[in-house]
Write a protein that binds this ligand. Structure first.
Ligand code: NAP
Length: 304
């Protein structure tokens, strides 16, 4: 049973060393140097499929090195019926939590206003401390729940919105409109699916309370960028922190770069590196060998 590796080069050597130490004799073929096409049973791939996986007749499982599998699931190179697992690694979940907590605190403690005041040598009073913003999290999966836990520990009131898979601790008992109306800072941690494409739009922004802020760390296609600009320019929304964009890299002429109320980060909230998810890759390789279901298998029909 051979592994095909067709993902990022960065971190790959550490991953290969780990796998050969834990599974002596394991055969790892790095695309395009494949020994025997018929022996490949497990594939490790990146966010987008650089190789046509339909050419491997014995392929039994596919492990992504990315948490978001929207591009992978759309690829014509993905063979139907082969289970796909997404990446969940503690480094990645830690980075995402830090990113969101950092920006929530920066918004709450008026970091932008204080930096602008320093630039103009102005001594201003910080006047945000009387009330902590209410946090609304779209998507309470692996990442959304951890972020919700951390923010709750810091004393923020947190609610969440999910499709309804069981056991969600922050699910609001109210509908989407009430959830949005009670979100002073809205964090998007949704996967990109047909349902969530364009979800952050004029209608949704209109329901947020006046002065609300957005932290968008899901996927770029979820947000109608012109609608966000409209609500920031009208003053209805006060700030946006955006890590993911309709087009990446964000074009140099894009209005977001210079907007005074937008913080742009280059899709770095939580970075995928192959070496990072080594334990999950090994677990899922062993599960495939013994015929067990994959950990973090995605529902291909649902899209996440
Ligand atoms: P996950 O565990 O699959 O969780 C997804 C959550 O979204 C689940 O709670 C799910 O609801 C909910 N959901 C899906 N469709 C929905 C809909 N139409 N309406 C309401 N809720 C919906 O995913 P994750 O590991 O937390 O990752 C979430 C996303 O973060 C990824 O898909 C990726 O796009 C993004 N991400 C970004 C970065 C970055 O660097 N910016 C890094 C990693 C991940 P149920 O619980 O009901 O199924």
């Amino acid at each position: 049973m051979a592994i095909l590796y067709a993902a990022e080069q960065e971190g790959a050597n550490a991953l290969f060393q780990f796998l050969t130490r834990e599974e002596p004799g394991v055969q790892i073929d790095t695309w395009p140097n494949v020994g025997s096409i018929g022996q490949i049973e497990f594939a490790v791939v990146g966010g987008e499929l650089a190789v046509d996986l339909r050419q491997f007749p014995a392929l039994r499982a596919i492990q992504s090195t990315w948490a978001g599998v929207n591009a992978l699931l759309q690829s014509p190179n993905l063979p139907p019926g082969v289970p796909v697992a997404r990446m969940v690694a503690h480094e990645m979940t830690g980075w995402m939590t830090e990113y969101v907590v950092f920006h929530v605190l920066d918004i709450f403690r008026q970091g932008g206003q204080l930096r602008a005041a320093q630039a103009s040598h102005s001594w201003i009073e910080e006047d945000s401390l009387h009330r902590k913003p209410r946090i609304g999290i779209l998507g309470l999966g692996v990442l959304g729940r951890l972020v919700a836990d951390r923010l709750s520990q810091l004393g923020f009131s947190v609610s969440g919105w999910t499709r309804g898979r069981g056991g969600v601790s922050y699910a609001p008992s109210v509908g989407l409109v009430s959830f949005l109306a009670g979100s002073d800072i809205l964090v998007c941690l949704l996967p990109l699916t047909e349902e969530t494409n364009g979800f952050l739009n004029d209608r949704l922004f209109s329901v947020l309370p006046a002065g609300a802020s957005i932290i968008q760390v899901g996927r770029g296609a979820q947000m109608v960028e012109a609608d966000l600009l409209g609500h920031l320019n009208s003053g209805h929304l006060s700030q946006a922190v955006i890590d993911v964009f309709a087009e990446e890299p964000l074009p140099t002429s894009h209005a977001f770069w210079k907007h005074p109320h937008i913080t742009v980060t280059p899709h770095v909230a939580a970075i995928s590196r192959a070496g990072m998810g080594a334990t999950l890759i090994l677990d899922n390789y062993r599960r495939t060998k013994t015929g067990k279901p994959l950990l973090y298998e995605v529902d291909r029909a649902r899209g996440y």
